[in-house]
Design a protein around this ligand. Sequence first.
Ligand SMILES: Cc1cc2nc3c(=O)[nH]c(=O)nc-3n(C[C@H](O)[C@H](O)[C@H](O)COP(=O)(O)OP(=O)(O)OC[C@H]3O[C@@H](n4cnc5c(N)ncnc54)[C@H](O)[C@@H]3O)c2cc1C
Ligand code: SF4
Ligand code: SF4
Length: 721
Amino acid sequence: MSPQRPVVNQHFESNVPGLFIVGDLAGAPVVKIAMEQGHRVAARIASLPDARSSLPDSFDVIIIGAGAAGLNAALTAQERGLRVLVVEQGKLANTIEDFPEGKWIYAEPESRAVEGKLWLEGAAKEDLLERWRAAVRDTELNLRTGEAVTGVKRRTDAHFDVTTSGGSYRARRVILATGQRGNPRQLYVPGEDRPNVYHRLYSPKHYQEQNILVVGGGNSAVEAALALCARNHVTLSYRGKEFARLFKENRRRLEEAEKAGRLRVLRESTVESLAGPAVIRQGTQRLELAFDHAFVLIGAELPTQFLKSLGIRLENEWTGSPVLAAVLTVATLTSLARFHWLAVLACLAALVVAGLRRNRYAWLGLTFLIAYTIYGAKLGTGAEFWPYRGWGYEFFSVFQRPMSFWYTVTYTALMTVFGIQAAKRWGFDRKDRFQIWRYASLIGFQWVFFFLIPEVLFQWAVKYEWVGRELAADPNFANNAWRSYGIVYAWPLFFYTFFGAPHQIWIVWGLLLSFVIIPVLVLFHGKRYCSWICGCGGLAETLGDRWRHLAPKGHTAIQWEKMNAVVLGAAVVVTLLMVGQDVVRAFRTPAGVSIQWYRLIADVWLVGIIPVALYPFYGGKIWCRYWCPLAKMMDLFSAWFTRFKASRFAIQANDKCIACGECTRYCQVGIDVMQFAMKQETLTNVNSSCIGCGICITVCPMDVLTFGRPQPSEALIQIQT
Ligand SMILES: Cc1cc2nc3c(=O)[nH]c(=O)nc-3n(C[C@H](O)[C@H](O)[C@H](O)COP(=O)(O)OP(=O)(O)OC[C@H]3O[C@@H](n4cnc5c(N)ncnc54)[C@H](O)[C@@H]3O)c2cc1C
Ligand code: SF4
Ligand code: SF4
C-alpha cells in the first residue's frame, strides 16, 4: 500500500499557511527530484514580498531535515539572502549516510537537469556525502545536527515556534524535509530496546563469528542477512510465506545462500520477544534462539503522529462526523421534495462549511448529491428518482434542449478541460508523447463519437442524405440517433445495439465491433480501449485524474474485481432474453423485468451515481475496474491471447528499480506495479487487469518500465499485497 502523504498545493505549501513540505515526505521518489523540490520552494519563498521576518530574533526560514531536499532548499534560501537555520536529528544526509558502505547513488532521471547548488552525479555514497559536507562547510550553512525537532507551532503573528531537543527557535516560514526513513518500524516486543538490537545495519564488516538474527522480508532485511552470513551464523525470520517484494537478484542470492546452508530462513515466523534469547513462533512451534546481535529491518513509518500534531492534513483521511453529513444530505433532498429552496441552499452551505472544517463525509455527501441529481433526473420525465420525479428532467432541459443534451455537453466540456490539464501534467510537462497522444485520443473520441455524431452529425447525415436516400428515408434508422453511440461503444457495455428493433446495419456493425475489432485491438494493445477510447474510462482519466493515486490497492481490492464477471453474466442473460423474446413468448416477462433491473442497477447506480460520487475518494476507475462487463470481456480475451502466446501486450522491467513505489501509487486500477518491477516479472492481463495507460512508465524516475511483448517465462499469478 502506498503510504498516506501530507496534502500540499502546487507550491508544496501544506494546509498550515507558511509550512512547506518537500522531498521524500511530499512524494519525491529520488534524490534529484527531492533536490528540485527543495530548490524551487526556497526560491519561491525568497521571491515573496514578506520573505523576511520583521522580528529581530527570528529566522526567515527554518528547514527541518538535512537530506537532499532540505540541504538544497537551505543553500538556495541562503544564496538569496534569507536568514536560514537547518535542524537535523542525526548526521548530515542521515538517510544516505545509513545506506550500506559503497552503495552507488544513481542520479536519475537522466532527462531532468539538477536544480540548485547541491552537487549530484551518479556516485558512491561516500563521494557524494563528501561533496555535500564540503558545500555546507564552504557556504558556512547554519546547520545543527543531532537536534530533533519535536514541535512546530504557528503563532498569531504568522511566525512559527520550532521546538527541538536542543532548544527553541522562531521563524517566518518552515520547510519540512524530514523524509520517511527517519522512523524505523518497530516490532513492539519485549527487549527491542536492548543495545544489541538495531533498526539499521551500517557496516556488515564489523561482525564476525557472531550469532545474528535478522527480522524482515524486504530488500533491506534480505540484503543485510546476505551480507552478514558470509562471516556469521545468521537466521532470517520473516512473517510471510514468500518473499514477495524482493529484487530479482536478491531473490536469487537468497535462494542460493539458503540452499548452500549459509543462511537459515524461518518463513511464517513471528518474533515474540528479544528480551533474553529470541522467542520465535512458527506455526505451533515455539523456538528459542540465542543471539549476539539482532537487526529488525521491517521498513520505516511515515511520521503520521508528528505530522498530525503540527495540524498537517494527510490525504484520504476520513475525519469528521458521518452522521452529520448523512443528515445534511437527506435534509437537502427532503427540502427539494418540498421545494423549500432556502432550506436547500442552507443545507448545501452547511455541507460545504462542514467539508471545509475537515468533515470528509460532507464532501462525499455533496458529490453524492451531484451524481444522484444528474443520473436520477436524466432518466426522463416521470421516470426520475425521488425527489425529482415528474419535474427534474424538464427542470434541467433549458434553452429548449433536453437534459440529455446538456448532460453530453457538460460531460464533453469536463473531459476537455480536465483532459488538457491531465495532458499537461503527464504529457507536456514531462515531454511524454505517449501521454499527449493518449489524452488527445480520449478527448477526440469524446468530441467526435460521443458528442458531435449523436447530437449533430447523425441528424445532418440523415437530413442531407449523406447515408444514402434509402437509409435516410427509413424511420427505423433515421429516428434513432442514439444508436450511433454503438459505433464505438461495444457490446456488452452498450448492449442496446442488438435489441429494440434495431436497423440491421447496427446489428452487423455491433457484431463486427464486439467480436472482431475489439479482439484484434486486444491482441495488439491489451485493454487500451479503456484508457484511449472509452468515454466512461475517459472521464475517469481526465476529471478523475487528480485522484488516481487513491485507487483501492491490496489483496481485498483485487478480489473485488471479480464483481465485473457477475455484471458480464447479467448482461449476457439480459441480451439473450431481450433478443429471444420475439421468438420465444415465454421470454417476454423475464426480459422486461431483467432489462428494467439491469438499467437501474448497472446503467444508473453502477455507471453513474456510485463511481462518480466516489471519484475524489477512491479515484475514477471504480466502474471500469469493478463493474464494467466490457472490461471483463477484454480481460478474458487478453488473458487467452497471452496464454496462447499470441498477445503483443505486456509491461517489462529492467534491473534499476529502487522500490520508490511511484508506479504503484499512480496506477489507477490499483496494480502493485512495483512488485513486478522489483522481481523483473512481466506484467500482462493474465496476472493483472492493466489497461495500458502507461502512467506507471511515465512516473518511474529510473526508467525501469517499458511496453513490450510477454515473455515465455512469466509467472502466471495475480499479484496481491
Ligand atoms: C534502499 C534505497 C535506495 C535508494 N537509492 C537511490 C538512488 O540510487 N538514487 C536516488 O536518487 N535515490 C535513491 N533512493 C531514494 C532517496 O534516498 C530519497 O529520494 C532521498 O533521500 C530523499 O531525500 P529527502 O531529503 O527528502 O529525505 P531524506 O534523505 O530521508 O532526509 C530527511 C532528513 O530529515 C531528518 N529528520 C527526520 N526527522 C527529523 C526531525 N524530527 N528533526 C530533524 N531532522 C529530522 C533525517 O534524519 C534525514 O536526514 C533510495 C532509497 C532507498 C530506501
Ligand atoms: S499497470 Fe501501468 S499501464 Fe497498467 S493500468 Fe496500471 S499504471 Fe496503467
Ligand atoms: S519501477 Fe516503480 S518502484 Fe521501481 S523505480 Fe520505477 S516507479 Fe519506482
